[in-house]
Ligand binder design. Sequence first.
Ligand SMILES: Cc1ncc(C[n+]2csc(CCOP(=O)(O)OP(=O)(O)O)c2C)c(N)n1
Ligand SMILES: [Mg+2]
Length: 887
Amino acid sequence: MEQRFSDIEIMEWIESLDYILEKDGDDRGREILAELQNHAHKKGVKMPFSHNTPYINTIPADEQPVYPGNREIERRIKSMVRWNAMAMVVKANRVEEGIGGHISSYASAATLYEVGFNHFFRGPSENFNGDMVFFQGHASPGIYARAYLEGRLSTQELNNFRHEAHEGEGLPSYPHPWLKPSFWQFATVSMGLGPIMAIYLARYNRYLEDRGLKKSRGEKVWAFLGDGETDEPETLGAISLASREKLDNLIFVINANLQRLDGPVRGNGRIIQELETNFRGAGWNVIKVIWGKEWDELLSRDRTGLLIRRMGEVVDGQSQNYTVRGGKYIREHFFGKYPELLKLVEHMSDEQLAKLPFGGHDPEKIYAAYASAVKHEGAPTVVIARTVKGYGLGDAGEGKNFTHSQKKLNEKQLRSFRSRFGIPISDEDIDAVPFYRFPEDSPEHDYLHARRKELGGYLPQRRTESDPVDMPEESVWKEFDEGTGDRAVSTTMAFVRILTQLLKDKALGKLVVPIVPDEARTFGMEALFRQVGIYSHVGQLYEPVDSDSFLYYKEALNGQILEEGITESGSMSSFIASGTSYSLHNIPTIPFYIFYSMFGIQRVGDLVWAAGDMRARGFMIGGTAGRTTLAGEGLQHQDGNSHLYAYAYPTLKAYDPAYAYEIAAIIRHGLKSMYVEQNPEFYYLTAGNENYVQLPRPTDIKDLDEKIIRGMYRFRKGGKRSKGKLDLFGSGALLPVVLKAADVLETEYDISCDVFSVTSYKSLYWDAIATEREQFLSGGKSKRQPYIQQCLKGQEGPVVAVSDYVKAVPESLSKWIDRPMISLGTDGFGRSDGRDHLRDFFEVNVNYVVFAGLFMLHKGGTFDAKLLNKAKKDLEIDENKPNPMTD
Ligand SMILES: Cc1ncc(C[n+]2csc(CCOP(=O)(O)OP(=O)(O)O)c2C)c(N)n1
Ligand SMILES: [Mg+2]
């Protein structure tokens, strides 16, 4: 009875509020509620903190706009996309059992996409770059299926879904611009990367506008993601940037089917409410679309708010049952909890209850949400839409925990799918699961194309090339070829000087985009703060504390530097946005992303992978590089690994340059290769902070630039000596060490040393394995020699390879060096000490290089054991010292 009493009381309060809202409007209602809350607070009633709104649609039914499309035709088109998407996966798995693919994700998201395609996603046209849509990776079959209906993909391509290496064109499993460069724009299937890339892209689009590189044309960035995907730290990790920057050009759509791969995303909670809290707390505009229109009538009759309360009570794991167990179950277990609610639905059959749809399957609700999202100003919007995973699959997996992995439908299930969506395929044909296209003279065909025409063109599509960039004047490079005389300068400083020069260049200066994750001072770049400014959409709202100094911290609307703060994932996302701007905007910006090399590939390797997939261009500069070159910082900071990681990235060119002229040559080449010749590659250069004399560019080496790019050149020829010959390889900051060792070997041991600068083991390795492949595929006919062998032709004596990276890097070349070889490198965890001690500890200092040379000659029988022993003492080599690899 108490329950009933309190309901009457609640009803009275609600009626009073309704009265005020009707009579005096929303503002008055808000005021009264706020006052009530204050009053309660004063009385000691503490309201629990919550960013949640009730578990109902954000947009009330009476505020929905009229749906502008032809619902019936759109439904038929959507059904056909559903069918073809499902058919692709089923067929691929018939061709090859276990080839995989996803049916259920798109099945849940179809309405979210179709409303977008028919009414919101604007395609690229002459004066408009097009909206930029990040499609949920494993919803790809639906995106292909629509492109097929549009006549943009062939039946053969669909037949070869997940069979890309079969004869004829195929389709990649997921969105990969690398594999389908004129179709996919964004690599999204590694979950979490799409959302963070979308945020930084939306911000980058603003940056281009604020800097005057692009006219503001209001392109939107849409990112579709799964609710399970929101558990990835990258998904939510940058949402406050989006609101802080007021990115109202950004819309997230979260397909809240409440399930991930294994089961419910939050069995014991409510993912939609949790996400609402996160996004509202971060300042986003949140639009929940939970219930379809058939619920509106029930809600309007729910005078006590009991239905809303019940909606908010049910945890997600329980609510899955309402999809799976049918109308009777819903009546008993959902409505049945309160007798009043049972009454509310007593006029409805069980079948009708089972068909009560969720908002994510109701085009009018989704339309209302999107229409509101695109209009919203001052903050990004997230649409959280409740859907059913595997919608329409019936007992083949609708809403069931195994649905994510469902790839096959039997004949009965196919028929039921066909009938549910009204697909015009006969019983006889059904088992072949044929693809279907609307005839050219059909209303669906016309409608489909008319809508896309109206919206400016088809999506997804990707521009593969951009206008070329004018290269800087040759004079820009001159000073770097001259060396620094007596002045000891780090390669980082040399790089920053190159960057400064490029920023000043008339031709490409404005296209250069320096990106730093709060390390500009570490790299000595603070002068750039003043020179080109730090980008800020609101300019600078304060007087910087250092305003009286020349190099003050200058934030500006047209600032050029992206100072990202401490986020390598965010910075890498900016790198990708900038490095793909040639394609997205036909504005070929040139990112220079400068970071702590240890927090590069090791930290954000998957984003680097995505950059490669997306054909990003630009320069990644791993600063403070080298396990022994970075003094003091110890285990977590000293990088001896990144050049090994770099091997795995197909389009990443990796260099460990020793001198300013090498860096200049690499950047000069990279600019031309990427921005004139349009090669889909990007560059990784390590830069160290050890000061040493930057030697002048040798003038007597033919085709030196080409050699630097290919990976090595003979830097110095040894003098005539009588006790033997060695080839010493040095890279980066260890080349000067090797040069000193060569001096010692020549003067004190009478051994002649040729010294090679190895700028890129990776380039040498890729070239070597490519030639090996040619040789074996041609059955030995190809005689092309790897570049490293060409370089070493006529060389004599053992090889000592020295780098500040793990030994696996030089060792990867050893089979192409037909002489004895030893590698000195820096395997093991770093430790805190100065450079001298570190190089001693890691066995890469002058003494070790000398001793390694002597040892190799001794091993080859040309250096006496006694002399070796004496050298060992003289050079203070201790065989009992700790092993840096394990100690
Ligand atoms: C980084 C990463 N981890 C794991 C996967 C494998 N995976 C693919 S789909 C999926 C479940 C996706 O669930 P959700 O995000 O909710 O999407 P839904 O299919 O439910 O729309 C998983 C775990 C992946 N693609 N990327
Ligand atoms: Mg999900």
